[in-house]
Design a protein around this ligand. Structure first.
Ligand SMILES: Cc1ncc(COP(=O)(O)O)c(C=O)c1O
Length: 373
């Protein structure tokens, strides 16, 4: 009876938040909210909030070492809303997608269904794997996630060989940005929501646009395509340049995001963050490989994410029960992606999550399974 299982307090992680997003917010970010009391509840069209947006934009530019001419563009609505914006404002006539999980498939569906575009070319693969890059005749954007949060498969950010000159590379970095290394010059649009490695809240999207992407936005805005106002990227670019968003953002989110960017920079930047997540994820994969009841879900080591780990369990051990026991001890959100339907745990190893807590979690899982036997 799993209700009777007790995990000794001394082996529990200090912080029990291992969710894939919303994810652990550091206590210092919450303190930053208290310190920002004079900004919370004030106009986003006035200097104090605009300076905060400016700090987020310059902090990101610094953190990612953005190449000359790249700009940090932001808006409300999260990455999901950005897919619709990209469909309206970035695709000239045809998109090519790598779709290897829930999130990649949603963006692919958005461009594929758009009545003003040609059908999209969508390369798919079995869950836990990813398709290879291939040039597609007539495609003017290439899109894929750097990290597929639903499966824990990651893909490189590299301009695919042989693509048409001027084709844009559009990378969903929602769960990768701030925890995985990237050469920003390999993408024309690198976009993300801040509730993952940036340990903030949902509802906002941030992105880096190359000069070619900024030009594409201008080109399509000048065409006769109808674009809904809230999804208009020219409006987002114009507002971002003024350190604003088109409509009202969550100020608390911006405060927490700004604090997390500074924290990563103060600790050594993106390479520090990438090493920290690699250390945590290595622990999980090594533990799973050595385990008698668990194994990494993603077979090819080079495809395994360093920020979202997925671990399959033998039929003899019910992973959902393990997650339930962990939850009853304050160790939360280790359940797998709901639509994947596997006997699995998914453990985020985002930058904010302490590697020592990941180690403690693994010890707790072993303890729970031993008590279940
Ligand atoms: C890779 C990826 N893309 C997009 C999204 C959607 O982000 P949001 O919920 O902020 O719209 C998520 C959310 O988990 C994600 O993991």
């Amino acid at each position: 009876m799993t209700e009777n299982i007790v995990i000794p307090e001394n082996i529990l992680p200090v912080d029990g938040r291992f969710g894939a997003g919303p994810s652990k917010v550091r206590p210092e970010q919450v303190d930053a909210l208290v310190s920002a009391q004079n900004i919370l509840g004030t106009s986003h069209r006035q200097a104090p909030v605009k300076n905060l947006v400016g700090s987020v934009r310059s902090g990101l530019s610094n953190l990612f070492g953005l190449p000359e001419g790249y700009e940090v563009i932001l808006g409300t609505g999260g990455a999901t809303s950005f897919w619709d914006s990209a469909t309206f404002n970035l695709v000239r006539s045809k998109a090519a997608h790598l779709s290897f999980g829930e999130f990649g498939s949603k963006f692919a569906a958005a461009t594929d269904k758009a009545p003003f575009l040609d059908p999209s070319e969508i390369a798919t693969s079995e869950p836990g794997t990813r398709p290879d890059f291939a040039a597609v005749s007539g495609a003017d954007i290439y899109a894929w996630p750097q990290n597929e949060t639903s499966t824990g498969v990651s893909a490189p950010v590299v301009r695919p060989e042989g693509i048409d000159e001027g084709a844009l590379v559009v990378v969903d970095a929602t769960s990768a940005a701030g925890g995985m290394a990237v050469d920003a010059s390999e993408a024309d649009v690198y976009y993300f929501s801040p509730q993952k490695n940036f340990a903030s809240d949902g509802g906002l999207w941030l992105s880096f646009f190359s000069p070619a992407a900024l030009e594409r936005v201008e080109e399509i805005a000048a065409s006769d395509r109808w674009i809904p106002d809230s999804l208009n990227l020219k409006t987002a670019v114009d507002n971002s340049r003024k350190n604003q968003t088109y409509n009202t953002p969550s100020l608390a989110n911006l405060v927490m995001l700004d604090n997390q960017i500074s924290w990563i920079l103060d600790n050594g930047g993106l390479s520090w963050a990438a090493k920290r997540t690699a250390r945590s994820s290595d622990m999980v994969y090594r533990w799973a490989e050595a385990s008698e009841f668990a194994r990494p879900f993603v077979e090819r080591p080079e495809d395994r994410s360093t920020v979202i780990t997925t671990v399959d369990f033998d039929d003899a051990v019910d992973a959902a029960e393990v997650a339930k026991v962990l939850r009853s001890h304050g160790v939360v959100d280790t359940e797998p992606y709901r639509k994947l339907g596997r006997n699995q745990l998914r453990i985020a190893t985002f930058t904010a999550i302490d590697p020592d807590d990941v180690q403690a979690l693994l010890t707790c899982i072993d303890e729970v399974v031993a008590q279940m036997a």
